[in-house]
Design a protein around this ligand. Structure first.
Ligand code: GRG
Length: 334
């Protein structure tokens, strides 16, 4: 793979937004939200906490924050959330961090993602044993508890949005509605079903549609949700959705490359899943995925140019994403 990142090697110096601060804030908030054992919850609680707080890139949550930062006009999300000091505020310039009400929205997206990873790894799905560098949830806690933990994470996610004071009530309602659709029969669940079908029949949905539902839609709704909460207009929210979809498609293609050419040591998860499952993707996936990454990242650049409101947030996010992809792909190649 050629250099995806352009100036990525100078990323830290040129970083226009404090993305590592945001990521740390998300991690800390996830810890706070899942840090105290619930009376009587026992292994189920441990299982929820195990996946909610496992180390991840937090790309979907960061996209939501970047969209908010790009579009916030200081009179919508900010006013409603009160902009109380957030977790890292002592070590950051004013405006670098987000209040808890907004971090909760970012965490909600991450919790849905965490649930999807639990379900994805189950024996009846991808039957994977390693995730994020540690044993998959069902390996540690057993299949029944893992399923219940996934359901609990989903439930926690929607509760967090309902209880957050960020944005207007209407914006939060629309975000919840979009997320619920992104999880269900038009989103993650549908994409997973189509992916499972594809393994047993040739008459299946096109791969692009599967990727869009399985991976693209959650990125899309994260970006759109950021726009909604920040009070962006309808057209911009639609554009943000499109941006997120392109990011998700690029990312899924990248994930396919990791699966075909990466190692467990670098990815922290089982690789070769597609080949092991007798999937034709194993042999053709590399060439196709590399073209797809390039094309989707081109669409991402176009969308970011359209959406640029001078706050450098979406541009900074994209640069972070490209740097992350490039870093992993270099590890794959070398
Ligand atoms: C009801 C939530 C729910 C899901 C049921 C199992 C399922 C349907 C969908 C699977 C969706 C899925 C896991 C798609 C793969 C997406 C993907 C590329 C995951 C890896 O994401 P990273 O690399 O993970 O961002 P980290 O560990 O960094 O968070």
């Amino acid at each position: 793979m050629g250099d995806l990142t352009g100036a990525a090697r100078g990323f830290r110096v040129m970083d226009p937004i404090p993305i590592e601060v945001w990521r740390t804030d998300i991690d800390r908030r996830l810890e706070v939200l899942n840090g105290q054992s619930l009376a009587g919850a026992g292994a189920l609680y441990d299982s929820v906490r195990y996946s909610a707080c496992a180390p991840g890139k937090r790309l979907r949550a960061l996209l939501l924050l970047a969209a908010i930062r790009e579009f916030d006009q200081g009179d919508s999300a900010a006013a409603n959330a009160g902009w109380e000091p957030s977790l890292s505020s002592t070590s950051c310039a004013p405006g670098d961090t987000f209040p808890e009400a907004i971090l909760d929205l970012a965490c909600a997206v991450e919790l849905i993602h965490a649930a999807s990873l639990i379900f994805d790894d189950l024996p009846s799905m991808d039957n994977a044993s390693l995730r994020r560098g540690q044993p998959a949830n069902h390996i540690v806690f057993g299949e029944s508890t893992a399923i219940l933990a996934g359901i609990s994470l989903l439930s926690q996610a929607f509760g967090l949005i309902a209880g957050s004071g960020a944005g207007t009530p209407e914006a939060r309602n629309r975000f919840v509605a979009a997320l619920s659709e992104a999880v269900g029969v038009r989103g993650l669940a549908a994409g997973q079903q189509a992916d499972l079908d594809r393994r047993v029949t040739t008459a299946s949905a096109p791969i692009g549609a599967i990727h869009a539902a399985k991976t693209g839609v959650l990125f899309a709704v994260a970006a759109q949700g950021g726009g909604l909460i920040a009070g962006a207009n309808e057209a911009d929210c639609t554009r943000l959705h499109g941006l997120g979809l392109s990011i998700g498609l690029a990312f899924q293609a990248f994930d396919d490359v990791l699966d075909a050419a990466g190692s467990t040591r670098h990815t922290g998860k089982d690789v070769g899943q597609d080949q092991r499952l007798g999937d034709e993707r194993g042999t053709v996936v590399l060439a196709r995925a590399r073209v797809a990454i390039r094309d989707h990242l081109g669409a991402v650049e176009d969308a970011v140019n359209d959406l640029d409101r001078g706050n450098q947030a979406l541009r900074g996010y994209t640069r972070h994403l490209r740097a992350a992809l490039e870093r992993h792909l270099r590890l794959c190649n070398g």
